[in-house]
Ligand binder design. Structure first.
Ligand SMILES: [Zn+2]
Length: 289
């Protein structure tokens, strides 16, 4: 197909998606040459498409737009209900869109009358924690051109969900850090598989909080983090395929028992893997994987 014809086709596809019924059913903002698929929701992810060559900003952040015009936006745990998307088309035209982000309620647990914490990190621990946090932040800042996220995400481990995204405990009136990910209960030694292809951007065998830790970069600022691993089977800068074994479940770092903690980040925003990977497959499906 010629380039011009291909562009015409794309425009046509864009117009088809504008049909009011479909627009309502996907809950997407789709007009002219911009198509957003997915429901903007706190912790969620939407895929966007613009004419190749267009530039896109979300809340002041310039987004990476792939050659064919694909981009991605992730919404944080406390993303405001209205956010702004700006597009500059190749012909110089500018367009501004408001995205309405569905707000969620999180599981907040208040526990009062607790004795003061007996174990606080020592000064030495704090130095270590700061260094490890810097490594994780550097991995999450990466904005690479690979588009592995376009093919979606599968569950890295199949099991019972023992901790959900966004939950938070308030101990003696002090809010603790919210839970930014999903916990899957699994026996120690269970194989962990890459939920999407990507490049390993961080491997650490023993972090203070997260123990054995891996981060995979899926492109355009989207990354997965896996924590409390007992064994790591990949190296930094290694490319992994979806479904490839990357590690074993453990209880390393600050974990009360063996489980996989899986987080998905879009730069500094933490997303909800349950919204992105969909329902947990059953054990029967797991066997046929
Ligand atoms: Zn967790």
């Amino acid at each position: 197909m010629s380039k011009v014809l291909e562009q015409q086709c794309r425009k046509f596809i864009g117009l088809v998606l504008v049909l009011p019924g479909l627009w309502a059913s996907v809950g997407a903002a789709a007009l002219g040459e911009l198509v957003i698929s997915g429901e903007p929701t706190q912790g969620g992810l939407v895929h966007g498409h613009v004419s190749p060559g267009a530039q896109v900003w979300y809340e002041g952040r310039k987004l990476r737009v792939a050659k064919r015009g694909e981009f991605v936006i992730g919404f944080g745990r406390n993303e405001p209900s209205t956010t702004k998307l700006t597009i500059r088309y190749p012909d110089g035209q500018r367009e501004q869109r408001q995205l309405n982000v569905a707000q969620r309620e999180y599981n907040i647990q208040r526990i009062d009358g607790l004795p003061p914490r007996k174990v606080e990190p020592t000064a030495k621990d704090l130095v270590r924690i700061r260094q490890e946090t810097a490594l994780i932040k550097a991995a999450r800042r990466q904005d690479s051109g690979q588009t592995d996220f376009l093919r979606g995400f599968t569950w890295p481990v199949v099991g019972k969900i023992s901790g959900v995204y966004g939950s938070q405990r308030v101990l003696n009136g002090k809010p603790r850090r919210p839970h930014y990910g999903v916990d899957v209960a699994a026996r120690a030694g269970t194989l962990v598989q890459a939920p999407a292809a990507g490049v390993v951007s961080l491997v650490h065998r023993d972090m203070y909080f997260t123990g054995g830790t891996i981060i995979i970069d899926h492109g355009h600022g989207l990354s997965s983090v896996f924590s409390h691993l007992s064994e790591v089977h990949v190296l930094e800068r290694q490319r992994v395929a979806r479904g490839e074994t990357i590690a074993k479940v453990g209880a390393t770092g600050r974990a009360t028992g063996p489980h996989l903690h899986w987080g998905i980040n879009w730069f500094e925003r933490r997303l909800d893997p349950q919204l992105i990977a969909g329902p947990m497959p059953t054990a029967a499906t797991q066997n046929s994987r």
